[in-house]
Design a protein around this ligand. Structure first.
Ligand SMILES: [Zn+2]
Ligand SMILES: [Zn+2]
Length: 810
């Protein structure tokens, strides 16, 4: 059978890239993943008004997963994880509208991670035209004060974000009594966003929500949606604290025949691992696609990157211009990023939908579900951190059943690993979203909030978990809570009987929610203020302030660069100014870890592997300024090293560590086969081997637990005072820890295998940014031994590790 070949606007480009090796992998989604739409009748049990509204919208049939979701929502808490643009919001809108049509008193609460998404959804709800039955309203930081009382009274769908629920709604539940006393449905859209620190907080906020609803006599049904992740049901259960969540993952929407192209910029210097920059490569690619007539979206990590790429594409279009249409084409390319006003965003989205723009270059501001119509191509420049979000960005491509999804690799370890194992990445079950609602600092912050919302009592185990009282006891001794006999529950019921001891706030006038930021692991933080505008940009955890916002640091906030002018330790704030220079900074640190509590231990790959709590002590000594070499070349040059004078900081967190067996060569006992590795890892490169192993493991950890390498820290030493031997620590970078290293402990073998492949397959001679060098290393990547790390991991993976280190190493 002849293979039918369709000529697409990008066919010639792909032919060329295939020939010169930049196209490292191609796949077509219509070979495996794609299918025609599965359409079914809307469930006839739905309220007549909802069925009529669907008919008015011209929707005669639903995708099968939408109908399944409606049935499931009637029975149990449900999470929907079908693809981008599969009509997921219909899955929770229909059951919600159904309930609201049946019961005029019923209320629903919709939670969105961003304000823009809430706006988008409010418009979608309005389109049903059920104006008599459905009164949606957005309640967030932008809602005018004078409108708020009316929303509390009238709205029967309140669209808000977790931050507002946490700090504005729950603590003021008496003002929201109508809502809580009639709360039928809680929608958590884009649930995969709630992972890590943010997710651990949101899990507590949702438990507080269930607790307050129960106090008003309601048990709302939770409906969630998520991008494709490895553990949707687990995520839903951990977020809500509920059990037996149903999963809807059989996508009934038609999948476009999307062509996937993985693109690696050409190697410029193999020994140094230097490649042409992803930015230069992407600019050429975009200009070419625009010229060839494709309509596309391109994703970049930083705002600055968006601007630079936009300039490069425009320059390319204007210069290489055989037909003289370049300047006209250049006008059809626009940047789009956070920081635009809602009107500007709407206008740009409108131009894109109407086909007045050929290309939009954006930060991930557009990643989350906003409807921008159908595009030919989606280009993702550098690995966005998780396969889940890569797929979501790719999901933007596909018009009239065809599309091109491109990924242009950067020089980072994960990017290059991806290029060498594209099939692995494309086929591997995507990452698991990890959170830990009981991480003690986070949990206790919310326990105080809960105590403020109503005295903590015996019944609260149902919502706050079986260990809540143990935590409360700790806070009793720290003086934050006090015990009281009897009391009134939130909502007004009197507590009586033998279990009537309650815990209340020590300071009755306190407002603990104001002290807890959902974006940081510890209540102690530094504020970041723009000196130019006086605007408060955000905050950073105190534990990280010295290394991220020290004087002179280049600090990235919402994709935008700032330079730190002053770090005021007493007032806990950093004064920053917008930065336009072409360098970045890397702090030099001295780190120590002390094991505080061993929680778990096992033998793995011949080493003793432990999991527990550690104290991390850190002094930031200096910082290096580095320049990203010009966009064509790749590579980084060091400008200088600037000394800092900062005090030591310390925080407790979770960690895994493993100890390498030590041979007793000094004693000369030859019944232990130590010589093999003692000879293969020379003493002088031992620390470098450990250090490079640690870096490689940290680089690949995001493959198993959805996190950023900046969320993880590490330390390697050839003699740790507590283990008395060579030890590698990998710790959660957030105070208290959020479960990342617990996952790594469980999947350590996989972590070592991936780390070994990362190192062994990198073409460089002695280590490069694509394998063992780390952009966040506190020792500025000194010492590192790529060969030593490879040897060490090979030994661990091939057989039970024999003693690898000579005692003399100590
Ligand atoms: Zn390398
Ligand atoms: Zn390091």
């Amino acid at each position: 059978m002849a293979i039918q070949r369709t000529i697409e606007p990008w066919s010639a480009l792909l032919d060329e890239a295939r020939a010169d090796g930049r196209l490292v992998r191609e796949a077509r989604e219509d070979w495996a993943g794609s299918h025609a739409a599965k359409l079914v009748e809307p469930p006839s049990e739905m309220h007549q008004e909802v069925l009529a509204a669907l008919a008015r919208l011209g929707i005669e049939r639903l995708y099968s997963h939408q109908a399944e979701a409606v049935h499931s929502a009637w029975e149990a808490p449900t999470i929907v994880t079908t693809g981008t643009a599969s009509g997921k919001s219909m899955c929770f809108n229909l059951p919600t509208l159904d309930v609201l049509c049946r019961d005029p008193r019923a209320r629903a609460l919709y939670l969105y991670p961003t304000k823009a998404l809430a706006q988008d959804q409010a418009r979608a709800l309005a389109s049903f035209g059920l104006t008599k039955q459905v009164r949606p309203a957005i309640y967030d930081g932008d809602t005018p004060r004078e409108a708020r009382a009316d929303i509390r009274r009238r709205a029967n769908i309140v669209l808000t974000n977790p931050d507002m629920l946490h700090v504005g709604i729950l603590p003021n539940h008496p003002a929201w009594a109508e809502l809580f006393a009639n709360l039928a449905i809680v929608v958590v859209d884009e649930a995969h966003v709630y992972r890590g620190v943010f997710g651990s907080h949101v899990a507590n906020v949702l438990r507080r929500l269930r607790r307050i609803a129960a106090a008003y006599g309601t048990t709302p049904r939770f409906l969630l949606t998520s991008a494709t992740i490895a553990n949707p049901v687990e995520l839903a259960e951990r977020l809500t604290g509920l059990e037996d969540v149903s999963l809807i993952d059989q996508d009934g929407s038609p999948a476009p025949g999307r062509q996937i192209a993985i693109w690696n910029p050409p190697l410029r210097n193999a020994a140094l691992g230097a490649r042409r920059s992803a930015l230069a490569e992407a600019a050429e690619l975009l200009a070419r696609l625009v010229r060839d007539g494709a309509r596309l979206i391109c994703f970049m990590k930083s705002r600055k990157g968006v601007e630079v790429l936009h300039k490069l594409v425009v320059a390319d279009l204007e210069s290489a211009d055989p037909q003289g249409t370049g300047p006209e084409l250049a006008k059809l390319v626009a940047p789009y990023r956070a920081g635009y006003t809602p009107q500007q965003r709407r206008e740009l989205e409108g131009r894109l939908v109407r086909g007045e723009l050929r290309a939009v270059i954006t930060t991930d501001a557009l990643e989350l579900g906003i409807d921008i119509g159908e595009l030919d191509a989606a280009v993702v420049v550098t690995f966005p951190g998780t396969v889940a979000s890569l797929r979501q960005m790719w999901g933007r491509a596909g018009r009239r059943g065809r599309g091109l999804a491109v990924y242009v690799a950067g020089e980072d370890a994960l990017d290059q690993f991806f290029c060498r194992h594209p099939d692995d990445f494309l086929e591997r079950p995507v990452e698991a979203a990890i959170l830990d609602h009981e991480s003690s600092l986070i949990y206790r912050g919310h326990l105080l909030c809960a105590a403020h919302e109503g005295p903590l009592s015996h019944d609260d185990a149902e919502f706050l978990g079986p260990r809540w009282e143990a935590h409360a006891e700790v806070m009793l001794s720290s003086g934050e809570l006090r015990r009281r006999a009897g009391g009134t529950r939130a909502g007004g019921t009197r507590l009586t009987g033998p279990a009537n001891t309650t815990y209340v706030l020590r300071q009755p006038g306190a407002y603990p929610a104001a002290e807890v930021s959902l974006r940081s692991a510890s209540p102690e933080h530094f504020t970041i203020v723009d000196v130019a505008s006086g605007e408060l940009l955000g905050s950073t955890e105190a534990a990280r302030a010295h290394s991220t916002v020290h004087e002179g640091a280049i600090y990235l906030h919402l994709g935008r660069s700032y330079e730190v002018r002053e770090l005021d330790l007493d007032r806990r704030r950093a004064l920053v100014a917008p930065f336009d220079g072409d360098w970045y900074t890397q702090p030099k640190r001295e780190t120590d870890t002390t094991i505080e509590r061993l929680l778990d231990r096992r033998d793995a790959l011949g080493v003793t592997l432990s999991f527990g709590e550690v104290a991390v002590t850190e002094t930031v000594l200096a910082y290096q300024r580095k320049r990203v070499a010009d966009h064509g070349a790749g590579g980084h040059t060091i400008i200088d090293l600037v000394a800092l004078d900062l005090p030591e900081t310390s925080f407790s967190t979770q960690a895994l560590w493993f100890e390498l067996p030590i041979g007793d060569t000094a004693a000369g006992s030859d019944d232990r086969p130590t010589r093999a590795l003692a000879n293969t890892i020379p003493l002088e490169s031992l620390l470098g081997a450990l250090h490079a192993t640690e870096h490689a493991q940290i680089a690949v950890l995001p493959l198993i637990a959805m996190c950023d390498r900046w969320d993880i820290g590490g330390l390697s030493t050839n003699l740790h005072p507590q283990t008395s031997g060579a030890t590698i620590f990998i710790y959660d970078g957030h105070p208290g820890g959020i479960g990342i290293t617990r996952t790594a402990f469980a999947r350590f073998e996989e972590l070592c295998r991936d780390a070994h492949r990362l190192i062994a397959e990198c073409p460089c001679t002695s280590g490069c940014p694509s394998c063992v060098q780390s952009p966040k290393c506190g020792n500025l990547n000194e010492p590192l031994s790529k060969a030593g790390a490879r040897m060490l991991l090979e030994r661990m993976l091939t057989d039970t590790l024999e003693p690898v280190l000579p005692a003399a190493a100590l």
